[in-house]
Ligand binder design. Structure first.
Ligand SMILES: NC(=O)c1ccc[n+]([C@@H]2O[C@H](COP(=O)([O-])OP(=O)(O)OC[C@H]3O[C@@H](n4cnc5c(N)ncnc54)[C@H](OP(=O)(O)O)[C@@H]3O)[C@@H](O)[C@H]2O)c1
Length: 285
């Protein structure tokens, strides 16, 4: 299978390229410098040139707080450009995989969200991702919209790195305890996506780590597993005053009979820390 990956320099993009290579796929990894997905003619030319079987669109605006004051730019990338990539994929008879987010939900529920649940994004980022789901779906019937949650991957800017960095500078951290989700290791998500595209179960899929926790519990587990001494103090979302509102509860489950189950978020963290250590050892050698 030939897989073209946009946004291949990002956190998920990098793990996806590795997962495809491990599976023996031919991969065309394109970073932002190699393909700007806002440039429609370049997208058309590139896909017509490579003629992939599957396009995975990992290019995105992911600055959740920044999107509040730049909603038009976030929407241009997460919806309009995503639609352009999806249409170009359809033109060369390729399927499209489009990662989306748990932030399409408002979090008013206290039980896991499944694919058919009503969406109601609270933030500009969530609105841009939801608009992207539609743009991608209308442009290409062979679409996989993959909603995931709270991603962390080696080499990316993510919560685990933020916590370990803070622990190196201070003896205690303040972390919100009133937002619950599924912290998902990007290598696990990437593996699940490579399995997903082997089939033809087009439509929306929830692919997130098994289990759930608050950011507070996640921080405690990060310090426990990495053997770092740092006290975690619980804060409310209101206390931290971030620009973008976030759902208080955005646990994702799948209602599909053919659902692909991911390992737990604790297992994801263990593998992340192991992978991070081995990369650091290689860099030091
Ligand atoms: N991170 C999360 O917690 C999370 C949760 C749920 C869903 N998701 C979704 O999962 C997907 C992957 O997220 P991620 O965390 O891997 O994001 P990421 O690390 O921020 O990667 C996004 C990539 O897109 C690139 N990009 C930005 N503008 C572009 C453009 N115009 N053309 C081509 N590439 C462009 C970025 O390049 P530069 O770095 O050079 O700008 C970056 O390499 C996104 O769709 C995101 O919405 C993320």
């Amino acid at each position: 299978m030939k897989v073209l990956v946009t946004g291949a320099g990002g956190m998920l993009g990098r793990d996806l390229v590795s997962a495809c290579r491990r599976r023996g796929d031919e991969v065309v990894p394109l970073s932002r410098a190699e393909l700007d997905i806002v440039d429609g003619p370049a997208v058309d030319r590139t896909l017509a040139g490579h003629r992939p079987d599957v396009v995975v669109n990992c290019a995105a605006w992911t600055d959740v707080d920044g999107a509040e004051s730049h909603e038009a730019e976030a929407t241009r990338l997460n919806s309009e450009a995503a639609g352009i990539v999806s249409a170009a994929a359809a033109e060369v008879e390729a399927a499209i995989v489009h990662p989306s987010s748990d932030y399409v939900f408002d979090g008013a529920r206290r039980s896991p969200y499944v694919e058919s649940d009503r969406t109601n994004p609270l933030s500009a980022y969530g609105r841009s991702k939801l608009a992207g789901e539609t743009s991608v779906a209308v442009a290409n019937p062979r679409h996989f919209v993959v909603r995931s949650s709270w991603l962390f991957g080696v080499g990316g800017r993510n919560f685990v790195e933020t916590m370990l960095h803070l622990a190196g500078q201070q003896s205690e951290v303040l972390v919100v305890s009133d937002q619950v989700g599924c912290p998902t290791y990007t290598a696990h998500l990437a593996d699940a996506i490579t399995r997903l595209v082997e089939g033809e179960t087009y439509g929306v899929h929830h692919l997130a780590a098994s289990g759930s926790c608050s950011w507070y519990e996640f921080a405690q587990e990060i310090f426990d597993q990495s053997g770092v001494e740092c006290r975690v103090m619980a804060a409310t979302t209101e206390m931290l005053g971030r620009e973008a509102p976030r759902p208080p509860y955005s646990v994702l489950h799948s209602e599909r009979a053919d659902a692909i189950e991911l390992p737990t978020w604790r297992e994801g963290l263990t593998e992340y820390l192991r992978e991070r250590d081995s990369e650091r050892r290689e860099e030091a050698a």
